[in-house]
Design a protein around this ligand. Structure first.
Ligand code: BGC
Length: 255
């Protein structure tokens, strides 16, 4: 087991990629904090799966777009398990709209969860690790769209571009404290964030045509990478982004 005795908080872990990571981390021996925003029942299902396999978890509700919630999420996690070793900034949202129709409320919502929440969760985590003089690992769920354009999702792309620079900056600033930070950049993964796409056979077929490995990713594909980045196997790795996209990003082909 790669994460024995570690305590990990995974934001947005009641469903999708976050739920898979929480379950994998628990299977690797970590005690995990499961966070939900709006659906406590799904968080309870994730916890029940973990406990059925002999793992340990704790559920905290918090909206990552609200800094006071983020601070409470970190402090409740530390109060419950005594410490945190790993933070996975997984919670994220996207809102489809042509650029000229995007509203201020949509912009604020996307940037609040995807960028501000990550910034302040990481800040709280760094302060905790520095105060207790312990190393730690921070993993951000970015996207292939920290680099690749995604028309109709400009605010989303801006938030993921922000995570790219955040990881690069903090790899330098937090290194003296033994804290590493890396991004995972998933491509098209079968999760609730992709419900519209999964229900649109035309768009889905077009997308599959662009993925060299010819399938959507699974949440386990992403969780496998997260285990590596959370474990001692990645101790010399910081400031990097890891694509898990079936080859999507580099598949430009001139016909
Ligand atoms: C987005 C998905 C999209 C995928 C590939 C992800 O970041 O959340 O909606 O399908 O990138 O474009």
């Amino acid at each position: 087991m790669k994460l024995t005795d570690k305590v990990a908080l995974i934001t947005g872990s009641s469903q999708g990629i976050g739920a898979a990571i929480a379950q994998r981390f628990a299977a690797e021996g970590a005690r995990v904090v499961i966070n939900y925003n709006s659906n406590p029942d799904k968080a309870k299902e994730v916890l029940a799966n973990i406990e059925a396999k002999g793992g340990t978890g704790f559920i905290v509700g918090a909206n990552l777009g609200v800094v006071a919630d983020v601070q409470r999420l970190i402090s409740d996690s530390i109060a419950h398990f005594g410490r945190l070793d790993i933070l996975v900034n997984n919670a994220g949202i996207e809102i489809h709209a042509p650029f000229w129709e995007a509203t201020e409320a949509d912009y604020d919502k996307v940037l609040a969860v995807n960028a501000k929440g990550v910034f302040f969760a990481t800040q709280e985590m760094a302060k905790h690790l520095m105060a207790t003089k312990r190393p730690g690992k921070i993993i951000n769920m970015s996207s292939v769209h920290e680099d690749l354009p995604f028309p109709n999702f400009t605010a989303y792309c801006m938030s993921k571009g922000a995570l790219k620079m955040m990881a690069r900056n903090l790899s330098i600033e937090l290194a003296p404290f033994g804290i590493t930070i890396n991004n995972i950049a998933p491509g098209a993964i079968q999760t609730p964030i992709n419900t519209a796409l999964l229900n649109d056979p035309v768009k889905l077929t077009a997308l599959l045509g662009q993925i060299p490995l010819k399938r959507l990713g699974t949440t386990d594909d992403v969780a496998n990478l997260a285990v590596f980045l959370a474990s001692a196997d990645s101790d010399y790795v910081t400031g990097s982004t890891y694509l898990v996209d079936g080859g999507l990003t580099w598949n430009y082909q001139e016909q």
